[in-house]
Design a protein around this ligand. Structure first.
Ligand SMILES: [Zn+2]
Length: 669
């Protein structure tokens, strides 16, 4: 029995061998995995950072290198390295393992992964990522090696000042010039029409017809393509630029939204620039791919572009993980000014400090740095960076004007931006700056700011109600059929959500995680005692999820002769709850500890009575089930004798029940 279990991984219950998973755990430290996405600052033995899973204003996420876990104290997200990658990259558990194995060059035999067990969506994503990676390499090769590439497109890039090193660094490529070029190449290389379609690389010719070869054509034709990468370096899609003049096709074209690509969540260049952004604690935000590429080549490597016209809340949040200082580098024409004004408010609401640099008309950051070099560029940025008050004053007020209508409009626009600032001290500072610069009394500006804040709040309330309404309608539809109660760890901080029956089993699991290898009696550890009770009293937990976790832990204990918190941290089914209990204990602030010292101590000392209490609850649960069963039998009992026996059973169960409640000092209805 035990030897047959060895080939299956307890940790993931998939066919990835435990050695591989443990190797990843040993090599990939939690602070490194999380640190790829979030700026972490040391806080004692742990690290702290802004949680990427909710809109975090102050660092709520704690990372414990010694335990290998992360935990957000605001939204409750937590777990080991794989949970982090699953959440962040939207991957299934096996794919998260593959993701990290890849990153750390640990070999997994693909045959060991049971593809059928992967969730459908994860499988689609996997195929889409593979297609996109293939397309990236194919396009890049085509730019470097094809006749078109060598004669037309490379010379064009060279003329625009882009060298080979940069082409390789950004994996710039060239799409096909026939309408089914990539479609055919993809199919030749083992990808299906469906996968290429899901990846946004081909599109339907006739919308009414299906995804069949004859109805598909390449998305990108005759374009220089810039792969768009995720923060962690996976290809998500492409931006394509046409250089032919005699065409009606748009100059720029982006990949459509797909299962892996949501424009509003990505920033071009971030994967290559994130280290530098962190190091400089500042980022330049530009309008186009060429600006990013060109600045990067000229040594300005903390620069990103928003793909798409609107700059979103999600993108602001993404930036905030690496820095709070944004300098926008925009064209000085009307379109550039309007775009920058739109972006500012989004950045300000995210509590990011924004400066704007407008380039002379007929110049953009790309052409500017190419013409004048990086030192002139830096000087120019330093001299012309403005905050939003100055920017608005400059673009909305004609020089030296005293036109009261222009002044009022400028003041209103400034007030609208001030209203977006979440920090009241910053608001106050900008109000007084605006008052003196526009020569308008502070009280009037305050009143205007407040008007906008009230409006913003009303709008937020409306949105909140709409979301609530939507959630309600989802709930009222009820769970899908065949759905059984599943403990939702996400809400385990707020126990009113937890089914009280499962709450006790959860408490028992928490006790086990915290104290498994501690002594319970002279010859038994806490874990051994609990499992003995389960076996002898036949009281394995009733809810399926918890029972499985306990059963797996029991098997592990029998096989390895040890069971401790490390097992629960590494086990996929228990790591989130392990992160919850283990982080709480190790992140008590000094003040909390002083105030609640007694409580903390008693928690430490009372684990034995906690074990007994939780086991008693479990026994009561089982007795209640037996009594219910017995009642049912009584209802249909046919002979006098049966009734007597069943009544005796009932009385006995009642007695046992009474004994247990007396012992626990609790009466459970
Ligand atoms: Zn969070």
């Amino acid at each position: 029995m035990l030897s047959s279990l060895k080939s299956i991984c307890f940790i993931c219950s998939n066919l990835i061998p435990p050695e591989v998973i443990n190797k990843i755990f040993d090599i990939a430290s939690i602070e490194e995995v999380v640190g790829e996405y979030v700026t972490l600052k040391r806080a004692g033995a742990n690290f702290k950072g802004l949680c990427p899973f909710h809109d975090d204003k102050s660092p709520s996420m704690s990372v414990s290198p010694s335990k290998g876990i992360f935990k957000c104290f605001s939204c409750g997200e937590g777990g080991n390295i794989f949970q982090f990658i699953m959440q962040h990259e939207g991957l299934s558990y096996p794919l998260a393992i593959k993701f990290l194995a890849n990153k750390y060059n640990i070999k997994i035999d693909e045959g060991q992964i049971d593809v059928d067990e992967l969730k459908e969506e994860a499988r689609i994503k996997d195929g889409v990522y593979a297609c996109l990676e293939f397309a990236k390499n194919h396009f890049h090769e085509r730019l470097n090696l094809s006749q078109d590439g060598k004669v037309i497109y490379k010379p064009y890039l060279t003329e625009r000042g882009i060298n080979q090193l940069t082409i390789d660094h950004f994996h710039i490529g060239l799409s096909g010039s026939q309408r089914d070029h990539l479609l055919q190449e993809g199919i030749k290389n083992g990808y299906t029409s469906q996968q290429l379609f899901d990846a946004g690389l081909v599109k339907k010719i006739n919308d009414d017809q299906g995804i069949i070869e004859s109805n598909l054509r390449d998305t990108f034709l005759d374009r220089i393509v810039f792969p768009i990468f995720s923060v962690s370096g996976k290809v998500l899609g492409f931006g394509g630029r046409i250089i032919k003049k005699d065409t009606k096709a748009p100059k720029y074209l982006n990949s459509p939204e797909t299962v892996v690509y949501e424009k509003r969540k990505e920033l071009y260049g971030l994967n290559l620039c994130k280290q530098s952004i962190r190091k400089n604690d500042a980022v330049f935000l530009v309008e186009g791919y060429m600006d990013v590429v060109s600045l990067h080549q000229n040594g300005v490597d903390n620069v990103v572009a928003a793909s798409g016209t609107a700059f979103t809340e999600e993108q602001a949040r993404l930036i905030k993980r690496f820095t709070h200082q944004v300098t926008m580098l925009f064209d000085g024409d009307t379109a550039g000014v309007n775009a920058s004004l739109k972006h500012i408010q989004t950045l300000l609401s995210a509590d990011i400090n924004v400066q704007v640099v407008l380039f002379p008309v007929d110049d953009d950051p790309d052409s500017f740095i190419q013409k004048r070099g990086s030192s002139v560029f830096h000087d120019y940025v330093k001299d012309s960076a403005k905050n939003f008050v100055d920017l608005i004053q400059e673009v909305k007020l004609a020089k030296g004007t005293s036109d009261p209508i222009q002044k009022a409009e400028a003041a209103r626009l400034v007030a609208e931006n001030i209203a977006a600032l979440p920090d009241p001290l910053k608001r106050a500072a900008f109000i007084s700056e605006t008052s003196s610069k526009l020569n308008i009394p502070e009280q009037i500006i305050i009143a205007e700011v407040n008007k906008f804040r009230v409006n913003n709040r009303k709008q937020k309330d409306r949105e909140g109600r709409r979301v609530q309404q939507e959630n309600k309608s989802v709930i009222s539809q009820g769970p899908p059929s065949g759905f059984e109660y599943q403990p939702d760890y996400k809400q385990s901080n707020t126990h009113e959500f937890i089914d009280s029956k499962n709450y006790q089993e959860e408490e028992l699991l928490k006790t086990l995680i915290l104290h498994a290898d501690k002594e319970f009696s002279e010859d038994l550890t806490v874990a051994e005692f609990i499992f003995n009770e389960f076996e002898e009293e036949q009281i394995w937990p009733i809810s399926e999820d918890f029972r499985q976790i306990f059963r797996d832990a029991h098997t592990h204990l029998k096989e390895h002769k040890v069971l401790n918190e490390l097992y629960f941290i590494r086990n996929a089914a228990s790591s989130k709850i392990a992160a919850e209990v283990l982080s709480v204990r190790h992140n008590l602030s000094k003040g909390w500890e002083d105030n609640y010292e007694k409580f903390v101590k008693s928690d430490q000392e009372n684990y034995k009575s906690q074990v007994i209490d939780n086991l008693n609850y479990l026994k009561l649960k089982h007795i209640d089930l037996l009594m219910k069963e017995n009642q049912e039998k009584l209802k249909i009992a046919e002979t006098e004798e049966d009734v007597t026996i069943l009544q005796q059973v009932h009385d006995n169960l009642l007695k046992i029940r009474q004994k247990i409640t007396d012992q626990s000092g609790t009466v459970i209805s």
